[in-house]
Every structure is written in structure tokens, then in C-alpha cells.
Ligand binder design. Structure first.
Ligand code: ZN
Length: 177
């Protein structure tokens, strides 16, 4: 693993600003736009440094909060997409031990992982759909999702952001875990 780069809270999926005076989430910022010949619309040119609360008029710096439900839904959708082979940046890894079971068995394992939906409090305590256990022909198998950056050299800075996350789905024998 490379060094862990820093990310700001504002950069995370699900984060939004609220007024530090009245607590409302109606924060606006002044900005300048300029005419775009290409799109024939006013395009954003610069955003001013200041914040204004549309509710109380306060110009105090906002507090950044996390919409956990929004964020969790995004993570679940992206993790489900990997199992359905619909991930934007993803790889599927089958461990050496499991590969020895042959192609026909592996094809059935692939279908079982794709179809997996038995998520519960015990196997998915965070509700992120990032792990599953199943039994096929008496063999206990696990699958799990790990989150890397696009270079596959470090952990993802935000697993809820598909543009900066490469997901690796690993399917393995339970005995290899
Ligand atoms: Zn306010």
C-alpha cells in the first residue's frame, strides 16, 4: 500500500453545508458566469470565497454535515453493480484455491454471487453489501468487495465516489479467508 493521501470532508459523497447560525441547509454562494459560444448558455466562471445563508443572512462559514442515508445508498448501489459486472472501475478476482474446482463450478459460483441477496444484520452489519457467505455443493464460499484508488496502489479516498474508486470483488473458499 502507498501512503494514504488526505481528503477533505467536503469532497466526500453525501456531505453538505448547513448554516452555523440557524442550522438550515440553504447555503448559497455568489458567482460569476460568462457566455459560452459552444453551449449558448451562461457558464460558471468563478465562485466567490464567501458563503451566505438564504434563511437568516448569516455570512459565517458553514458547518459541513454528512447525509449518511444518501451515502449508504450510493455505496450499496456501487457494490451491487460490481457483482452484476456493471461497475465503472472494477475487477473480479477468484482465488487460486477456488480456481481448482474447474470452470463449470466457477460459472455456477459466479451466478450465485451475482444472485446473492441474503443480506442481514449478521453478515452485513454496516448495510453496505460488501460481503457475502454462501454454500455451493457443500463448499463454503465468501465474496467481498475492497476499495482501491484507480492506480490500485492505495485505498480509495471515497468508496462512495465511483470516479475515484476501483472496486475489487474477491471470491474465495471460506478456508482461505
Ligand atoms: Zn442561517
Amino acid at each position: 500500500m502507498g501512503q494514504i493521501a488526505k481528503t477533505t470532508l467536503e469532497g466526500l459523497v453525501g456531505v453538505y453545508p448547513v448554516c452555523s447560525e440557524c442550522g438550515q441547509a440553504h447555503i448559497v454562494r455568489d458567482a460569476e458566469t460568462c457566455w459560452s459560444l459552444l453551449t449558448r448558455k451562461w457558464a460558471l466562471k468563478t465562485i466567490c470565497d464567501t458563503y451566505v445563508c438564504d434563511e437568516c443572512g448569516s455570512e459565517a462559514a458553514p458547518i459541513w454535515k454528512m447525509d449518511k442515508e444518501f451515502r449508504l445508498k450510493r455505496i450499496v448501489r456501487l457494490n451491487d453493480a460490481v457483482r452484476l459486472a456493471q461497475g465503472k472501475h472494477s475487477t473480479v478476482v477468484v482465488t487460486a484455491g477456488l480456481q481448482q474446482f474447474g470452470e463449470a463450478y466457477l460459472a455456477r459460483v459466479g451466478r450465485a454471487v451475482t444472485d446473492f441477496h441474503q443480506f442481514n444484520e449478521a453478515n452485513d452489519p454496516h448495510g453496505e453489501h460488501d460481503f457475502g457467505a454462501l454454500t455451493l455443493d457443500g463448499e463454503k464460499l465468501f465474496w467481498k468487495v475492497d476499495y482501491f484508488d484507480l492506480d490500485l496502489t492505495a485505498h480509495s479516498l471515497d468508496k462512495a465516489n465511483e470516479d475515484i474508486t476501483h472496486r475489487v470483488l474477491t471470491i474465495m473458499l471460506a478456508s482461505e479467508y
